[in-house]
Design a binder for this molecule. Structure first.
Ligand code: SF4
Ligand code: SF4
Ligand code: SF4
Length: 264
C-alpha cells in the first residue's frame, strides 16, 4: 500500500522494535476505511489506539527477520520457515502470562522477549541487539580441487580473510564472517561449503545499559539452533524476576556450559 510522505516520516519515528507491527495496524486501518493510500489520519487513529491499549498489543515476544526470504542475493543460508518455527516455539511458552506475573504495572513492548534472524552477516535485522540473534552462516572449506589462482575469492572477500599461498587458498578463520560469498564465486570448487547454518548471539539489548549480544562458539544447524533458543528460553524463564531483559539476566546468571555446546 502507498504511504504519503508525511505518514512515512511519522512511521520512521516509531521505535524500530514495534515499527512492523504499527505499519501493519495502520495499513489495516486504511484498508478498513476503503483507502488505497495511508495518510496521517490513519496513523493518528492507530497511534491513539496503540497508546490507550498498549498492554493488549503486547504479545510477550517478537520475531524479527531480514528481507532475505524475499530473495536477497546475499543470503548465506535459506532460513525460510525458521521465523514461523520460532513463532510457534515462543507462542507455546505463553510469555505474556509469564511476564504479567513478574512485571509490576502494565506490560510494555520492551518487556517482550525478542529474537531476530538475519540470513547473512550484513545483519539487516540487527540480531546483535536482540535477546537471541541468529545470523546465517556458510563456512568455506578448501577442497582437493586444483585452484587456478584466478583471485576471484580474494576480490569478493570484504574481510580480507583469504590469501593465496602455494597455489592453495588460505581462509583466516579469525577474520572470516562466514558469508559464503567466496564459495559462490569460486569457479573450480576449490572453495566449497563447510559448516552451514547459524551463528548465535545472546543477550543483546538497547535501553539504559545497552549491550551487544555475546556470540556462542560455532555454526549451528537449523535444528540445533532451535534447541539453543529453547535452552535460552528455559534459562530466561528460570531467572527472570521482574521482566528484565535476557542480557541483564546473563550478567548475573551466565548460561551454563551445557547451553554453550559449540556448533559445527
Ligand atoms: S541480512 Fe543479508 S540476506 Fe538479509 S536482507 Fe540483509 S543483506 Fe540480505
Ligand atoms: S566466507 Fe565471506 S568472509 Fe569468509 S572468507 Fe569467504 S568471503 Fe571472506
Ligand atoms: S576463486 Fe577458487 S579458483 Fe579462484 S583463486 Fe579462489 S580458490 Fe582459486
Amino acid at each position: 500500500m502507498n504511504w504519503s510522505r508525511e505518514a512515512k516520516e511519522a512511521l520512521s519515528r516509531v521505535p524500530f522494535f514495534v515499527r512492523k507491527r504499527v505499519k501493519r495496524r495502520v495499513e489495516d486501518e486504511a484498508a478498513r476505511c476503503g483507502a488505497n493510500e495511508v495518510i496521517m489520519e490513519y496513523v493518528r487513529t492507530c497511534q491513539k489506539r496503540f497508546l490507550n491499549r498498549m498492554e493488549d498489543e503486547v504479545k510477550g515476544f517478537q520475531v524479527e527477520t531480514c528481507f532475505g526470504p524475499t530473495g536477497c542475493p546475499n543470503r548465506a543460508v535459506i532460513s525460510d520457515g525458521l521465523p514461523q518455527k520460532l513463532e510457534k516455539k515462543l507462542l507455546k511458552r505463553n510469555l505474556k502470562e509469564f511476564l504479567k506475573k513478574r512485571v509490576k504495572g502494565p506490560l510494555k513492548m520492551h518487556h517482550e522477549f525478542r529474537v531476530s534472524v538475519s540470513d547473512c552477516p550484513n545483519a539487516c535485522s540487527r540480531p546483535q541487539i536482540f535477546d537471541v540473534g541468529l545470523i546465517g552462516a556458510c563456512r568455506p572449506e578448501v577442497s582437493g580441487e586444483p585452484c587456478t589462482q584466478c583471485g576471484a575469492c580474494v576480490e569478493v572477500c570484504r574481510e580480507n580473510a583469504i590469501s593465496l599461498e602455494n597455489d592453495v587458498p588460505f581462509v583466516d578463520d579469525e577474520k572470516c564472517l562466514y558469508c559464503g560469498q567466496c564459495v559462490g564465486i569460486c569457479p573450480t570448487g576449490t572453495l566449497k561449503e563447510g559448516a552451514k547454518g547459524f551463528r548465535i548471539l545472546v543477550g543483546g539489548k538497547l535501553g539504559r545499559h545497552p549491550r551487544l549480544g555475546t556470540e556462542l562458539p560455532g555454526v549451528y544447524k537449523l535444528e540445533d539452533a532451535l534447541k539453543v533458543v529453547d535452552r535460552c528460553l528455559d534459562h530466561y524463564q528460570h531467572h527472570c524476576l521482574r521482566g528484565e531483559r535476557f542480557g541483564e539476566i546473563l550478567e548475573r546468571a551466565p548460561l551454563p556450559p551445557s547451553h554453550l555446546a559449540p556448533g559445527q
